[in-house]
Design a protein around this ligand. Structure first.
Ligand code: SAH
Ligand code: SF4
Length: 392
């Protein structure tokens, strides 16, 4: 089989494909790379843009369907590549309509993707890594080892496969889209895989691609301070920060990354985030943990901490998972906490948990889970955190 693919040979999925003589998928290739493929195959450069549009805007899954390409070029593309998506290993639908997919990649690694339909919009929550290197104590993914970064193809593949499942091709232009927003809030830390995330998001944002505007894309980070500026300059998408504590002591305990990038540096990065303004605020995510970060003093400290930051809060009731040491704050406590922020004129809605019954809510994602007792799970979580921290 001819192999004209000269791009991205480090991509693990492509290596598996090539080693097994499986045609590689072109998902994740941008217009310049598709143009290079067309030229390498002796075709005119503009064929690259045509393929781009067929793949990312019209969602075709076969080169045969690209009706404005010459027949013999379509045949040669079919012999050499696929447009295949990640395999949907499992799809679950929650009683509230939330859908969760477990997508499998060519090297058999798996990661989860969640679609949350609401009245006015539909949000796809995508993963950037298999597992996560960080060890945030309240997060289920944090108990899972980092297996690897997802490639741009695997990141955009989640969007493509979700839209296949929603039956949303070609991209509707009449305002009837089901999938309107994208959040990088699934498994992994997107700013530890920025290049691949950025490449995928550029395809998502392209008008002749998936065509979701940067205003409808939100990247959530645990606070990788050096990469925050780059995200604002290069992608200009909305930023969300997993804040979760009002002081360094609590944050160090809940999110060990805070020891590297403490609150002072994080707030500075938020103040300087390119494009931030009172009309375009940073979202500060705050998970409500009973007796840990939910006191009235915590709320007052937060008001001081974010005094000169253009921000809004998202108060997230803690979503439980098997083996967690934490509990969610009571409704009354969350209400009091919200009142203190609101009195300081801070927007602070309480996020309604979605898809809890299928473990699709924030922080519940984890792949390869085994059947264990609660005590075994607790021990497993402690062990995983200790091992990961020893490696950091
Ligand atoms: N790694 C990135 C993005 C993925 S986490 C980050 O940390 O921002 C997505 C959001 O879910 C984050 O705000 C995270 O702090 C929050 N979260 C994690 N575990 C949670 C849980 N058990 N309950 C509620 N929210 C949780
Ligand atoms: Fe990783 Fe985010 Fe979970 Fe922390 S909250 S462990 S950074 S996925």
């Amino acid at each position: 089989m001819p192999n004209t693919l000269q791009i991205d040979q480090d991509d693990p999925a492509r290596q598996v494909a090539l080693a097994n003589n499986i045609r590689p998928s072109i998902l994740g290739l941008d217009k310049a790379e598709l143009t290079a493929i067309a030229e390498n195959m002796g075709e005119k450069a503009y064929r690259g843009a045509q393929i781009f549009q067929w793949v990312y805007n019209r969602g075709v899954q076969s080169f045969e369907d690209m009706s404005d390409l010459p027949n013999d070029f379509r045949d040669r593309l079919t012999d050499t590549y696929t447009i295949s998506r990640p395999e949907s290993v499992q799809e679950q639908i929650s009683e509230d309509g939330t859908r969760k997919w477990l997508f499998g990649y060519r090297d058999r690694q798996k990661a989860e993707t969640v679609f949350i339909p609401e009245d006015e919009r539909g949000t796809l929550c995508i993963s950037s890594q298999v597992g996560c290197t960080l060890t945030c104590r309240f997060c289920h993914t944090g108990t899972q080892r980092l297996v690897r970064n997802l490639t741009a193809g695997e990141i955009i593949g989640q969007v493509m496969a979700a839209r296949d499942s929603l039956g949303e091709w070609p991209t509707p232009t009449d305002g009837t889209r089901a999938l309107t927003n994208i959040v990088l809030m699934g498994m992994g830390e997107p700013l530890y895989n920025f290049d691949e995330v950025a490449k995928a998001m550029r395809i998502v944002m392209a008008g002749d691609g998936i065509a979701v505007s940067r205003r409808k894309i939100t990247l959530s980070t645990s606070g990788v301070v050096p990469e925050i500026k780059r995200c604002g300059e290069e992608l200009r998408v909305n930023l969300a920060i997993s804040l979760h504590a009002a002081n360094d002591e609590t944050r160090n305990m809940l999110m060990p990354i805070n020891k590297k990038y403490p609150l002072k540096d994080l707030m500075e990065a938020c103040r300087n985030y390119p494009g931030v303004s009172s009309a375009r605020r940073i979202t500060l995510e705050y998970v409500m943990l009973k007796g840990i970060n939910d006191s009235e003093q915590d709320a007052r400290d937060l008001v001081k901490l974010v005094k000169d930051v253009h921000c809004k809060f998202n108060l997230i009731p803690f979503n439980s998972w098997p083996g967690t040491p934490y509990e969610c704050s009571s409704t009354k406590t969350i209400g009091r906490f919200q009142d203190i922020l609101a009195r300081a004129s801070i927007t602070c809605p309480i996020r309604t948990p979605r898809g809890r019954d299928i473990l699709a809510a924030c922080g519940q994602l984890k792949t390869n889970s085994e059947k264990l007792s609660v005590r075994e799970r607790k021990a497993q979580a402690e062990k995983a955190w200790a091992e990961k921290e020893a490696e950091l």
